[in-house]
Design a protein around this ligand. Sequence first.
Ligand code: AP5
Ligand code: MG
Length: 193
Amino acid sequence: MLNIIICGAPGCGKGTQSDLIVEKYSLNHLSTGDLLRKEIEEKSELGLIADNYISKGNFVPDEMIIDILMKKIDSQSSNINGIILDGFPRTVSQAEALEDLLEKRNKKTTILVDLQVDEQELINRLLKRGETSGRSDDNLETIKKRLEIYQEKTKPVNNFYKKLGKYAAIDGMGSVNEIFERISAVIDSKLES
Ligand code: AP5
Ligand code: MG
């Protein structure tokens, strides 16, 4: 079973690459950002709370997102090839909760793939996406806030997985296909081992 975490700063290509990984390796895609945006669209109670955090570039509280993710993982069918987690975990306490949850279910994380992209390129990609995305967080002020919070809260997650020997840094600059080939090489090496 492949349980892959795709991580990296806002705009690094997590969603774009997840779509390709899902297709090639038949994994289930779990994006906490997408789940939250669906709640916002449906104007659910959860969505209303989440919107307040997301539009300002802040994270939603750990307990809230851990609860959403646990329910989602437990609702998956048991005969899947694995999952790709996109946008989770993004704090060390989320990583601890995830590893605890998987262990209790006799599962484990295969690898964390960290997509590394220059800051100016991230800003350019997100501003361009903002021209059509309608996302409340795709504007310069909120993008800068998201990048700051990434450095402060999400970067330490890399060290957490480095210590577990489950970390792969990937150059996230270049064309979508070039980056996908780099990621595929890492996943293939895990399938062989
Ligand atoms: P989330 O939706 O996860 O947003 P994010 O991390 O800011 O990342 P993005 O979705 O903006 O970018 P991406 O890396 O997916 O890149 P994409 O493929 O789209 O989270 C949103 C918010 O929800 C958070 O800020 C937080 O508030 C909340 N949240 C979510 N999870 C949470 C959690 N676990 N805990 C607490 N809060 C949570 O690519 C970006 C653009 O670039 C696209 O337009 C794409 O077409 C383009 N592009 C992609 N690859 C390339 C390339 N190689 N060359 C040129 N352009 C490219
Ligand atoms: Mg995304």
